[in-house]
Design a protein around this ligand. Sequence first.
Ligand SMILES: NC(=O)c1ccc[n+]([C@@H]2O[C@H](COP(=O)([O-])OP(=O)(O)OC[C@H]3O[C@@H](n4cnc5c(N)ncnc54)[C@H](OP(=O)(O)O)[C@@H]3O)[C@@H](O)[C@H]2O)c1
Length: 240
Amino acid sequence: MSSLAVVVVGASGRMGTFACDLLAASTDFTVAARVERGDDLSVILRETHAPLGLDLTRAGLGEEHARTLLEHGVRPVVGTSGVDREATARLDALARERALGGIVVPNLSLGMCLLQEAAASAAAWFPDAEIVEKHRAGKVDSPSSTARMTAERIAEARGDHNGAEAGPAREFSVAGVPIHAVRLPGLEAHQEILLGSTGELLTFRHDVTSREAYGPGLLLALGHAASCDGVAYGLGAALR
Ligand SMILES: NC(=O)c1ccc[n+]([C@@H]2O[C@H](COP(=O)([O-])OP(=O)(O)OC[C@H]3O[C@@H](n4cnc5c(N)ncnc54)[C@H](OP(=O)(O)O)[C@@H]3O)[C@@H](O)[C@H]2O)c1
């Protein structure tokens, strides 16, 4: 099978550089173009005819870039933070109009995907949950898209039970799940999910210690986007 060409948007950033190296070393994908700030994405898409586009730019740009990709017949994989379920639903509608697919992946780590599955499963029995997410100083979005997604998964799993929502108001709360966001030098990407019950505490924890954590999920997401119908939310769609 010939390799699939990918336009990488945000190619000179930390994640973009990592993704380009990963694709260059892969037998399934190649880098069709490296798009940087100031480049005209539409012109590049018309010139390259690549089937896939990968966005790794800046929080706030992911939906716009995914729309541009879809409008040019290119299947998007959005790793950029800040594209929520509502934005994904809008992209899904556009993709289906054009018989295309793609995926929005707030977290490309397989470990985080498994952590969210485990926490959602436990939350059905331990509904009082809080999330502590820790990232490097300077991360633009807070709380992170990943923590928001974890909160939504927990809320879905516990159904009508409001858990910690009944407690005092918190600075951040998504779907009734309080989120504590820490931003400090020395951190990479860390999340703890604390599920409290009378006389016991169940804690799930995930730590990313290097960018390599995102490699397997990135390749899975691209493989999924290459043939799926509509735009999915979360790496779990690529594992099923
Ligand atoms: N899904 C995941 O698992 C995951 C993991 C890690 C990070 N992320 C997210 O991925 C994104 C990138 O992270 P990063 O650490 O690589 O950030 P970064 O190092 O700041 O890289 C972002 C790159 O995007 C470029 N850029 C900005 N606007 C652009 C535009 N309109 N067109 C093309 N390129 C543009 C930036 O160029 P300039 O420097 O010139 O502005 C920069 O090279 C962030 O949203 C981050 O939160 C997601």
